[in-house]
Design a protein around this ligand. Structure first.
Ligand code: UT7
Length: 392
């Protein structure tokens, strides 16, 4: 028997891993984001850099998108290494060891390889015998992952989940297509989610209210995961899957690159985000005034500008990173959340509203009650978002 098999056979069942949880306890005490981390490639590419080989300009890109620069992956900075670097930072800051992780979820549409799942590569690199799977809900992936992880912890299936949003969009973007090359960037961000267990000193068996502005438990307050099937063809990579496997012909036809009807995605995204946010707040019994921080998908500052008056949240309570990183797909929401959390803008008890949309079209909103004290988790701050020394 190999060491790994021994380890798997000897591994206690999830509920007993940490010696103090049951499904009911995890639900009652909520779910905590115990730590977070991030990693972006070293290479900073400005609009001026792009304008040297594309028929575009800094003025056009800034005016139409709000993007000034993005990070693009170099050698050794693809989805797997970026995810691992972000995961290491999140685990360190949560003071959680890899062996304590029950489940690794990587939200991505640009996996390190077709097989195995990038989550399995992350788990292997960390030395974790956790379950591992990838989740592809495009740019809404992190919100879908957060709702899934919270449900799994709430049901006692897992106690500690490492959730990563990671994408190397430059691997599926045609560098000569100005309509997409100016929009996207590469990056990763991760959260460690831990079942909070029963509140200290509370021996009550009464169910804890998990919805509404007055509810106390940290974690998922409400979520809305929906689709806009009429938009299924608006954002596609035509080849490279089982329907049209990669071949010399598909590569010659640039069918492995992203094709997008940007104007139509824009129009549908504004409506869908506003509607999804409205449903999530209504489900929670909350209003926009209850939201301490709105973290929208960072695709285009103009989309966010159009959404804010519709949902009644001011720009001052909105996290924005699109000017520095562009659209990093599944990484965009957790990067923006990490940046706000690092800046100390979140207090325990605050309600954070996340909303993503992307290819599918997938749309997802989640209202999350923050309960992590301080700006950095148990192990202190990690500094501004940037490349992680020696991790890639
Ligand atoms: O994660 C979800 C992913 N996608 C999105 O969220 C994308 C949503 N859509 C958008 O963000 C915007 O639609 C874009 C930024 C993609 C485009 O902005 P727009 O204001 O909708 O411009 P447009 O597509 O209507 O194009 C206007 C003009 C066109 O020229 P003509 O036909 O008016 O002569 C384009 O060819 O701008 C041209 N154009 C550019 N010009 C300079 C398109 N891309 C560029 C460019 N530089 N990079």
């Amino acid at each position: 028997m190999t060491d790994l098999v021994t380890d798997l056979v000897d591994r206690p069942t999830v509920g007993a891993t940490h010696g103090r949880t049951t499904a009911a306890a995890a639900v009652g005490g909520g779910v905590l984001i115990a730590g977070w981390g991030h990693a972006v490639p070293e290479r900073r590419v400005t609009n001026h850099d792009l304008a040297r080989h594309l028929d575009t300009s800094d003025d056009w890109i800034v005016e139409r998108t709000g993007i000034h620069e993005r990070r693009l992956a170099g050698p050794g900075e693809s989805t797997g290494p970026l995810a691992i670097a972000a995961a290491r930072m999140a685990l360190d800051r949560a003071a959680v060891t890899p062996t304590e992780v029950d489940l690794v979820i990587v939200a991505t549409s640009t996996p390190e390889r077709p097989l195995p799942a990038t989550a399995a590569l992350v788990a292997a690199e960390l030395g974790a015998t956790a379950g591992a799977f990838d989740l592809n809900a495009a740019c809404a992936g992190f919100v879908y992952g957060l709702a899934s992880a919270a449900a799994l912890v709430g049901q006692g299936v897992a106690r500690t989940v490492l959730l990563v949003g990671a994408d190397t969009m430059s691997s599926i973007i045609d560098p000569d297509d100005r309509s997409t090359a100016v929009l996207f960037g590469d990056g990763a961000a991760a959260c460690v989610l831990v079942g909070a267990g029963p509140p200290e000193g509370n021996g009550s068996t009464e169910p804890v209210r998990t919805t509404g502005a007055g509810a106390g438990a940290p974690g998922l307050v409400a979520a809305d995961l929906v689709g806009d099937p009429a938009g299924v063809d608006l954002l596609v990579v035509p080849a490279g899957g089982s329907g049209r496997p990669a071949s010399a012909e598909t590569v010659a036809g640039h069918e492995h690159f992203l094709r997008m009807d940007g104007r139509e995605v824009f129009r549908r995204a504004v409506r869908a985000v506003a509607a999804s946010v409205g449903r999530t707040l209504a489900q929670a019994g909350c209003t926009a005034d209850d939201v301490a921080l709105f973290v929208p998908h960072q695709a285009n500052a103009r989309i966010v500008d159009a959404v804010l008056p519709r949902i009644g949240i001011p720009a001052e309570r909105t996290s924005s990173t699109v000017h520095r990183f562009g659209n990093t797909s599944a990484a965009s929401i957790p990067l923006a959340l990490a940046e706000a959390a690092d800046a100390g803008t979140l207090e325990p008890g605050d309600l954070v509203l996340l909303c993503g949309f992307g290819a599918g079209l997938t749309v997802g909103s989640a209202l999350w009650r923050w309960n992590t004290p301080g700006p950095a988790g148990p192990n202190g701050p990690a500094g501004p978002i940037g490349p992680v020394e020696g991790a890639l």
